[in-house]
Every structure is written in C-alpha cells, then in structure tokens.
Design a protein around this ligand. Sequence first.
Ligand code: C2E
Ligand code: MG
Ligand code: MG
Ligand code: MG
Length: 287
Amino acid sequence: HADVALYQAKARGRNNFQFFDPVMTEAGEQRLMLENDLRKALLRDEFILYYQPRIDLSTGSVTSVEALIRWQHPQRGLLAPNAFIHLAEEIGLIGEIGHWVLNTACRQLRDWRSEGLTDLRMAVNVSARQLHDSAFHCLVEKTLLDAMLPAACLELELTESCVMDNPEKAIVVLNTISRLGVRIAIDDFGTGYSSLAYLKRLPVTCLKIDRAFVQGIPEDAEDVAIAETILSMAKHLGLVVVAEGIETEAQCDFLARRHCKEGQGYWFSRPLPAGDLINFINSTVPT
Ligand code: C2E
Ligand code: MG
Ligand code: MG
Ligand code: MG
C-alpha cells in the first residue's frame, strides 16, 4: 500500500504534493513492517502466554486459567493480541500461531497439574480460521495426548461471530471436538449477533458474558437487565456462566448473589506470566 501511495503521489507530478497522504503511507509502511516481523516471530520464539485466573464466585477458588497471547516484539515491546491477531488471520498465520498457543498452554497445564494444581483447567481462545481447518479436531486430540492431559481439562473459547461465520461447519467441527470431552465456551457473549437456534444446536457448555455488560453493573439498569437475562437463559439451558472483566467488588457481589458461577477480571487478577500464577493461587484464601 505504501508503495502504491508513493507512486500515485509521484505520478500526479511535482506540483501536486498536497495530494500525497503521509499518514496513509506511514500506516501502510508500519503494517508491512509488522507483517514481516510477524512472519518471523514464531521462529524467533517471540510469543508468550499470560494466564488469567478464573474464580468460582461461590468459593473464591481458582478453577481454571485463560491463556492470552502476547508478542514480545524486539523493538516495540510487549504487544497485546489486538495489535496482531487480526493481521495474523489476514495473512494466514493464525493456524500456526494457534497451534503454538494450544501446545504451549497444554504443556504448561500439565506442568502445573503435576506440581500439585491437580484440578486446574485451561481455556484457550480459538479464531474462526482455525475452525475452518478440517484437521483441527485431530490437532486438539494430538496435543492433549502429547501433553498427557484428560480432554475435560481443556476448554476452547470461540466468539459468536467465529461460530456464525459458518455455523453448519462449526456445528460439525465442535461436535467432533466435544465428543473428545473438550469443553466449548462462547466468548464475548452478547456482543455478536448470535442466533439462539444455533446456540441450541452447538455443544456449548459455557457462556462468557462480555465485559461491556459487566462494566455498568450494578448502576446501569440496561447492563443489569442484560446480565440477568443471560444468567436466566443459561440456567434454563444448563450452561455455566462466566462474567468477564470484573473490576470492582460491587460487580463481583452482584454477580455472585445472582448465582453467576464464575468470574474473571482485574478485581481478582490481571493476566499473569506463568511464573506468577502459583504465587497468586497460593495467596488466594478460598472462603
Ligand atoms: P478475550 O478472550 O475476551 O479475553 C479477555 C480480554 O480482556 C483479555 O485481553 C484480558 O486481558 C482482558 N481483561 C481481563 N480482565 C479484564 C478487566 O477486568 N478489565 C479489562 N478492561 N480488561 C480485562 P487481551 O489479553 O488483550 O486479549 C484480547 C483478545 O484477544 C481476547 O479477548 C481474545 O479474543 C484474543 N486473544 C487472546 N489470546 C488469543 C489467542 O491465543 N488466540 C486467539 N485467536 N485470540 C486470542
Ligand atoms: Mg477468551
Ligand atoms: Mg471475552
Ligand atoms: Mg474480547
């Protein structure tokens, strides 16, 4: 894009520099550089997983952790997924990166479980492109075998849009994966347009209320109504609800009183490097 913009600006002639858009060009150049760096990042071992604890709101204990990718960029520092996951999807790298994430998260979980966190489970985010790969369920099965983990300790998180991208395909793939014993959660629930008819047909066991609705609890009447509706629907469908992005005690209390099973958010802990997780778990005193 950068080259095209430069070429167009030149083609317009020397006196037309006012048409040259330096912002666009710089953005294009930045993107190209990021793309090149991203292609090398796996080989250079620049990705890291952080782990955010998920808390049982009735007991206060850590049930599981969610693996969240970071990119330790040699010049730009630690990058959050929204800085590169979309690009990775666009340029076809998400399959390899997703494989690395799954593998790394499962090995880490095996280590933690053998170090005494015997009931800990792991949640891994999966993007739509990964579901399109018809061998995805084999990859999941093999990764669990290699890490010697029971399937039930792994949960895959998919967004509504990821599933609705190609719902018929998603149903087939997710059924195969769920037959392995792996759990399926719908991430950012409430933000996409999800068809309840499809929800019924998907082998989903868990809904994660998007933090956009948790934010306004308990003051905002609409957020409260949305959260209560999701909780009530989930109860009738026999689904576990996890509230994302709990930042205050008031949010935590409100959700716990309404029997929201689990919660995640800065109120409990930010995502942590692997080495800090055990300390966090040891410091939590279950009620
Ligand atoms: P997500 O799966 O919905 O993850 C929750 C995001 O909310 C994380 O951002 C987490 O750090 C952040 N968060 C947690 N608690 C709080 C809170 O109390 N307040 C606020 N403001 N934020 C909170 P993060 O790590 O930047 O990840 C963003 C998104 O990137 C994730 O959203 C997920 O969709 C995607 N992602 C992360 N890791 C992976 C991965 O390995 N593969 C794929 N495909 N996507 C990933
Ligand atoms: Mg997630
Ligand atoms: Mg989410
Ligand atoms: Mg999200």
